[in-house]
Design a protein around this ligand. Structure first.
Ligand code: FE
Length: 132
């Protein structure tokens, strides 16, 4: 496992944009079809916007039609943590960065083969590193 990244709210606030802080550190959600990656097809690796850990590959990104960047698996299951989330009157599975606890989005079981999973993430939680 990578070393944990722990920062205070003040430090995160300084390191992130206000939108990133709201989404990554306060479990916010960007509006559908407004994020910078929902329709991106560029080959590369999507890293955590907070700690830089490589989390998802463009090779497992697909068009879910939801308006959020969607993936059917992380680069490594150990790089994300899934937690039960009871907010907003729903029971959902929240996806967090295992290294820095950034809120990434939620995972649902209506994804494509081979996993059947849909990691529905916020663009603001991610930083695409295009393949060179
Ligand atoms: Fe992180």
């Amino acid at each position: 496992m990578p070393d944990k990244v722990v920062k205070s709210d003040t430090e995160w606030r300084e390191a992130l944009t206000p939108e990133q802080f709201q989404i990554c550190r306060c479990s916010g959600t960007e509006r559908a079809f407004t994020g910078r990656y929902w329709n991106t097809k560029t080959p590369g690796v999507y890293a955590c916007a907070c700690c830089g850990e490589d989390l998802f590959s463009s090779q497992t990104k697909y068009d879910s039609g939801t308006g959020w960047p969607s993936f059917w698996k992380p680069i490594d299951d150990e790089r994300v943590v899934v937690k039960t989330d009871h907010s907003h009157g729903m029971i959902r599975s929240e996806v967090l960065c295992a290294r820095c606890d950034a809120h990434l989005g939620h995972v649902f079981d209506d994804g494509p083969p081979p996993t059947g999973l849909r990691y529905c993430l916020n663009s603001a939680s991610l930083e695409l590193k295009p393949e060179s």
